[in-house]
Ligand binder design. Sequence first.
Ligand code: NAD
Ligand code: MG
Length: 394
Amino acid sequence: MKGICILGATGSIGVSTLDVVARHPDQYRVVALTANGNIDALYEQCLAHRPEYAVVANENNLEAFKAKLVGSEIADIKVLAGAKALETVATLDTVDSVMAAIVGAAGLLPSLAAAKAGKTVLLANKEALVMSGQIFMQAVKEAGASLLPIDSEHNAIFQCMPAGYTTGQTAKQARRILLTASGGPFRKTPIADLDTVTPDQAVAHPKWDMGRKISVDSATMMNKGLELIEACLLFNMDPDDIQVVIHPQSIIHSMVDYVDGSVLAQMGNPDMRTPIAHAMAWPERFDSGVAPLDIFQVGHMDFEQPDLQRFPCLRLAYEAIKAGGIMPTVLNAANEIAVDAFLNEKVRFTDIAKIIERSMAKFSPVSADTLEKVLQADQDARVAAQNIISEILS
Ligand code: NAD
Ligand code: MG
């Protein structure tokens, strides 16, 4: 029986994780659930899964959550609040696995704490890894933690790696990774029309149902940019050996090209419960609830080169990882600020890449080998991006 802590339980990944957990009560026990704002959902999840701890990350919501518990069946649940409490529950002795499913930089410290405590880290929160690459991978290695990718592409690549492979190593006979992308909702939209697309159009992803931030990232293809950096770190590969492939059907979730000419692909219906169940059961397998792939219904599959004119964010991610040092941290922070401004209808869709590019131009790739340097670069890049937004608005 394994104890699991789900950071970001009320999000898209969190909900899918609980769906998988509920299928395996003999193997997983929920120790802690965390949420930021959606306390109604957190309350319902606590009722259904009976964790020992519930964490309300945003302290402003604590009283409202406690009020819901009074007189309820779960009145005795341990309730914690604030950012530090996320680290507390991610490192409990009774926790074996931590699902890192908070969105954005807010997930870094608890995910890193889980790694340092030697937990099995099920990593969905790609921003945490992108912003702190070197120190995160170092922490995993030093603590002997297991780092298992939840991002569907990275989980697919992991599944295509040789027997006995663990993340952080370079698989010597693997010469290339083919990182697949759906191309998002604007793959065919005339480029001139991208100036006027709305947040609702941007979050309407053709293949995946996800949180709003990652949905916008998919529309700009910054999601693939972050995943490129994530893949370089997880699989210790050079960015030039990772080819992004647009595959609109989203049936192949990525491929590994070996020196003998074999190309291994992992396929399945686009449903995050597959990578979640894979990582939770690893090195075994168990049921995820995902319908079997109907290959006849799929019929055929297409592959295209990404267009970097249409998707400048992908170019910026290649530039950031090649420059190294703090540049991926800067890229990620500027992107979070720009996407937030777009979702709040302050800037245009096409401003997102401009804000990131202009933010990156203000930094040089100094080293990112301590947490202090990473957090400082993250903070400075947020300020730089905000200033650029103010200039755009004035
Ligand atoms: P979401 O927006 O649906 O959920 C985010 C979760 O994080 C919520 O539980 C929210 O309460 C919590 N949260 C938000 N801000 C917080 C803060 N400041 N402090 C503490 N908690 C906070 O997002 P999602 O789509 O589930 O994505 C989660 C992560 O997984 C992201 O990093 C995303 O890139 C990654 N991911 C998601 C998918 C997917 O299909 N949704 C696929 C691959 C990777
Ligand atoms: Mg992905």
